[in-house]
Design a protein around this ligand. Structure first.
Ligand SMILES: C[S@@+](CC[C@H](N)C(=O)[O-])C[C@H]1O[C@@H](n2cnc3c(N)ncnc32)[C@H](O)[C@@H]1O
Length: 253
C-alpha cells in the first residue's frame, strides 16, 4: 500500500504565521510526528495519533514516519520554521535514500513555513535586502572546522549572515568562537541583532554592534544576525528600537 507523508513547517511560533496549506494537511492527517514541544502547539483532534520524540533523533523519527506512511496511513511530520531549513525535510529524504525501495513510492509533500531568519528580518526592518547567507553553528552534524571556514569566507564575501543554532547547554562555546572570527574579519561598528523567541510570548530583540555584543544571553531560541558593511540603522524615538536595513544597491567593492 502507498500512503502519504506531508512535512509541514509550523513557522517560528506565531499561530497566524502558519499557512492555510499546513493547517489543512495537519487537519487531514491520521498520524502526526514531531518534537514534543512542536506537537504541544497543535490542536489535534481526538482520533489523530500523535507521535512525540526528542529533538536529537531525526533519522529514527523519519524512519518511523515513512514506515507508517508506507502502510497506507496519511502521516504528517511537523517542523519549526520551514521544514527544509536545518530541519526534518532533509532527514526524510536521507531516510528514503537509504531505506527500502517501496518508500520511493510514498507521496511526499513538503509544505513550507516561515523560517526564523525571515521572521526576524520582518520584525526589525529589512536586513536581508541584499545578499545574505545562513550558517548553523551546531557542530553535532558537521565538524567545527567547516563552520569556521564558512564563517570566515562569508565575512570575506561581505554577506549579511544569519546564525542558526548559536548556542545550547551542550555547546556553550561555539558562539564565543564564532565572534572571535567575526571580530577579526569585520569592523567593530558592524550591526549585530540578537532575536529571541520571535513570534512567541517571550519574544525579545537586542540591536547592538560587534564591539558591544553581549553573548551571555544567547541560547537555542536565539537567531543572531550579522550585518554586512552596507547594513545600517534608521533611528526612531527614544526607547524604540531603530529599524535595521540593508540597501538594495551597493557601491562596487
Ligand atoms: C534546528 S534550527 C530549525 C530552524 C527552523 N527549521 C526554521 O526554519 O526556522 C533551530 C534554530 O532556529 C532558530 N529559531 C527557530 N525559531 C526561532 C524563533 N522563534 N526566534 C528566533 N530564532 C528561532 C534558532 O537559531 C534555533 O536555534
Amino acid at each position: 500500500m502507498t500512503g502519504k507523508l506531508t512535512v509541514a513547517g509550523l513557522g517560528p511560533g506565531q499561530i497566524d504565521w502558519i499557512t492555510p496549506a499546513v493547517s489543512k494537511a495537519l487537519a487531514s492527517a491520521s498520524d502526526i510526528f514531531g518534537y514534543d514541544s512542536y506537537l504541544a502547539r497543535l490542536d489535534a483532534a481526538p482520533h489523530q495519533r500523535l507521535h512525540a520524540s526528542p529533538n536529537r533523533v531525526e533519522i529514527e523519527r523519519a524512519n518511523e514516519a515513512l514506515a507508517l506512511a508506507s502502510s497506507g496511513r496519511d502521516v504528517a511530520m511537523v517542523s519549526g520554521g520551514d521544514p527544509g531549513v536545518f530541519a526534518m525535510a532533509a532527514a526524510i529524504f536521507e531516510a528514503i535514500e537509504h531505506g527500502p525501495q517501496e518508500w520511493r513510492s510514498i507521496e511526499i509533500v513538503i509544505e513550507p513555513g516561515i523560517t526564523a531568519m525571515l521572521a526576524v528580518a520582518a520584525r526589525i526592518g529589512a536586513p536581508l535586502g541584499h545578499d545574505f547567507c545562513a550558517i548553523s553553528l551546531s557542530d553535532n552534524l558537521k565538524p567545527w572546522d567547516t563552520i569556521e571556514k564558512r564563517l570566515s569566507l562569508a565575512c570575506e564575501a561581505d554577506f549579511v549572515i544569519a546564525l542558526y543554532n548559536p548556542a545550547s547547554k551542550a555547546r556553550p562555546d561555539g558562539i564565543f568562537r564564532a565572534f572571535e572570527i567575526l571580530n577579526s574579519k569585520r569592523v567593530p561598528e558592524t550591526i549585530v541583532v540578537f532575536a529571541r523567541a520571535i513570534g512567541r510570548p517571550d519574544e525579545s530583540v537586542t540591536i547592538s554592534t560587534l564591539a558591544g555584543a553581549d553573548l551571555s544571553k544567547v541560547d537555542m531560541q536565539t537567531l543572531v544576525l550579522i550585518g554586512s558593511s552596507a547594513t545600517r540603522l534608521v533611528k526612531r524615538g527614544n526607547g524604540i528600537n531603530p529599524w535595521v536595513y540593508t540597501p538594495r544597491s551597493m557601491a562596487p567593492v
